[in-house]
Design a protein. Structure first.
Length: 83
C-alpha cells in the first residue's frame, strides 16, 4: 500500500495488495487487498475476474484520480518483468 497515492494522502499506507495470475491465459485467479477500503478495490477486481479479463487490461486502464482503484495499475505494473 506504500505505492498507493490515495492511501498515502490519507496517511493509511499500512497493508498490501497481492494477485495470482495464470501465466498462460493472463487471467486473474485471485487477489488479496489488506488496507484502507480494501473491499472497494476487491469489488473492482472481482468484476474483472467474473468477466475473465486479462491482467494486462487492468494494467493499462485509466482509473479516476485520486481513488484507491487507481492502485490496480500499480498492482500489475511489474507483471511483465517477471515473465
Amino acid at each position: 500500500m506504500t505505492w498507493v497515492a490515495r492511501a498515502l494522502e490519507m496517511d493509511e499506507s499500512r497493508g498490501l495488495m497481492k494477485a495470482v495470475v495464470d501465466a498462460e491465459t493472463e487471467e486473474i485467479l485471485g487477489v488479496t487487498v489488506l488496507g484502507i477500503e480494501g473491499g472497494e478495490v476487491m469489488s473492482v477486481l472481482q468484476m474483472a475476474m467474473m468477466g475473465h479479463l486479462r491482467y494486462s487490461v487492468l494494467q493499462a486502464a485509466v482509473f479516476a484520480h485520486p481513488t484507491l482503484a487507481e492502485s490496480i495499475n500499480n498492482l500489475f505494473l511489474h507483471f511483465d518483468d517477471e515473465n
